[in-house]
Write a protein of this length. Structure first.
Lengths: 121, 109
């Protein structure tokens, strides 16, 4: 059974940094592209970042370019999202999501439970 | 491009409901459309991928389709159950963007 478990969220001051992690199990991690999607309180979904199975290719949404970095550790089956220079607009639940091999970095097959990031003074 | 969904729909148990997702530019059939379900206070599950494919474990009451003339995709749920009450999001992409629709709140009353 596919299992994605996010961690690392919390309360951060504006301008601060955070690193989210997503521990993955139940599938061959290095065969799948992985993604981060966020959801602001009471709002819809926003695609944030994607990384290829090997880690050699990444894609970031325009609003986060220059501040967010996606990376992965295939040896430890873990996905990361480094978030810098946080603003109130970054307050959201951040979901880790797996892409199917048939459409890597473009569609989502399985989702984690999410990690809440709150940016406030 | 944008994907536009109705804000909300409602239907009675046992009936059939269809949720639309209209693409603003580019052809709806040029890139796959997915549908995700989010029950209140929970995470998401994929109910349809690649336009009409259903993941294992998703009931066959859920189906997806594409309509090129209207440049839209649809999610149809038949035999509605109270457990189907949730937010549903469509999603597609192009060469540079991965886009979600705004979501549709399905009420089963």
């Amino acid at each position: 059974e596919v299992h994605l478990l996010e961690s690392g969220g919390g309360l951060v001051q504006p301008g601060g940094s955070l690193r989210l992690s997503c521990a993955c199990s139940g599938f061959t991690f290095n065969n799948h592209a992985m993604n981060w999607v966020r959801q602001a309180p009471g709002k819809g979904l926003e695609w944030v970042a994607s990384i290829s199975a090997s880690g050699g290719r990444t894609h970031l949404a325009d609003p986060v370019k220059g501040r967010f970095t996606i990376s992965r550790d295939n040896s430890n089956h873990t996905l990361f999202l480094q978030i810098n220079n946080l603003t109130a607009e970054d307050t959201a639940i951040y979901f880790c999501a797996q892409s199917p091999p048939s459409s890597p970095m473009l569609t989502l097959a399985f989702w984690g439970q999410g990690s809440l990031v709150t940016v406030s003074p | 491009f944008m994907l536009t969904q109705p804000h909300s729909v409602s239907e009675s148990p046992g009936m059939t409901v269809t949720i639309s997702c209209t693409r603003s530019s580019g052809s709806i059939d040029s890139n796959y459309v997915q549908w995700y379900q989010q029950r209140p206070g929970t995470s998401l599950i994929t109910v349809i991928y690649e336009d009409h494919q259903r993941p294992s474990g998703v009931p066959d009451r859920f189906s997806g389709s594409i309509d090129s003339p209207s440049n839209s995709a649809s999610l149809t749920i038949s035999g509605l159950r109270t457990e189907d009450e949730a937010d549903y999001y469509c999603q597609s992409y192009d060469g540079t963007s991965r886009v979600f629709g705004g979501g549709t709140r399905l009420t089963v009353l």
